[in-house]
Design a protein around this ligand. Structure first.
Ligand code: ADP
Length: 311
């Protein structure tokens, strides 16, 4: 592994600044922009450019062949959502290296699926997990450790161990939310085996803070930055990103769905998989895959029980 001090223009002092700003490894540097690096590490933009270029060389970032892409895809891990039809619908579970978004009305089960995944990512691979830890960015104070205990029990896991592997970040506003996502880099660099980052819910703060048409552009710009950070974590460290999102009523819709995910095109483009959750009859839930790069659209039915998500 190449050390920061080995890069041209990087002395002891700059290396320390880079580390303090969370740019301790080559891949993180290689995927940064000069502006971002200059601001966060408080170095000149010229130096930042050189450092990034050197990191890209060290990481051999260049064109790659489709074969390389396929090789990287082989490293993709899958996390079970607890229900077999649901897993099948999304191609085997929630994928690493990708952003998966679930959206739906209040009470449709978005937080429940989030809690389920926080546990299942810890399962061994043969049981549908990745034997790993997770980060839970909670923006609406919906995280409940008691619920984790119930789900952990259903899988026969030790409650305390499971709770200790869930790193909670309670985000108080959108700026804090953005910062906590950036901090995930540091957590991983310090040795935590994070394979899942949950943001529940992605848009709540953005929606509440940026009101009116005139602030929409700023909101989308901040959101874009946040999603970029998350996407970077996904690809750099082979991590799954799971976002929950709210819906907006469309009283004018004659055709198609009467509700729509919020977040606009910025989010629509960033999410690799988009899943719409709906309440069905007799406490059942319906998951509809509405967007995926290689899977057909489709639906499945699942249930939320005391034990978590089941068929
Ligand atoms: P959302 O995040 O989409 O607003 P939630 O994920 O909080 O919705 O889902 C809430 C629903 O989940 C409740 O209305 C209830 O039906 C179900 N639920 C929550 N906890 C339990 C439990 N312990 N046992 C069974 N169902 C539960």
């Amino acid at each position: 592994m190449v050390e920061l001090e080995e890069l041209p223009s990087v002395g002891e002092k700059t290396a320390q600044k880079l580390r303090d700003a969370g740019f301790a490894d080559m891949m993180r540097l290689a995927t940064a922009t000069a502006k971002e690096l200059a601001v966060k590490a408080e170095i000149g933009e010229g130096v930042a450019e050189k450092v990034i270029e050197a990191a890209r060389k060290a990481e051999k970032i260049d064109f790659e062949t489709a074969f390389d892409v396929l090789e990287r895809r082989k490293e993709v891990g899958y996390i079970t959502v607890g229900s077999e039809p649901f897993n099948e619908l999304i191609g085997g579970g929630i994928e690493t290296q990708s952003i998966t978004e679930v959206f739906g009305e209040f009470g449709s089960g978005k937080s429940q699926v989030s809690h389920e995944l926080a546990v299942t990512v810890q399962l061994p691979e043969e049981q549908g997990g990745l034997d790993a830890e997770c980060v839970f960015i909670d923006t609406e104070n919906t995280f409940r450790p008691e619920r984790i205990e119930q789900i952990a029990s259903a899988f026969g896991l030790d409650h305390q161990e499971v709770l200790q592997k869930i790193h909670i970040a309670r985000a108080f506003n959108s700026a804090h939310q953005i910062l906590m996502a950036e901090k995930v880099n540091e957590l991983i660099q310090s040795g935590s085996n994070i394979k899942l980052v949950i943001v529940d819910s992605l848009m709540a703060h953005f929606r509440a803070e940026y009101i009116g048409r005139e602030s929409l552009a700023t909101r989308q710009q901040k959101l874009n930055q946040h999603l970029h950070t998350l996407q970077n974590i996904a690809t750099t460290y082979n991590v799954a990103i799971f976002l929950t999102n709210q819906v907006q009523a469309r009283p004018d819709a004659f055709f198609g769905s009467p509700t729509k995910a919020i977040g606009g095109h910025v989010l629509g483009h960033a999410s690799t998989y988009r899943i719409w959750l709906k309440k069905g009859l007799a406490g059942k839930r319906i998951a509809r895959l509405v967007d995926s790069p290689h899977l057909p659209e489709g639906e499945c039915v699942f249930k939320i029980t005391a034990d978590g998500i089941v068929d």
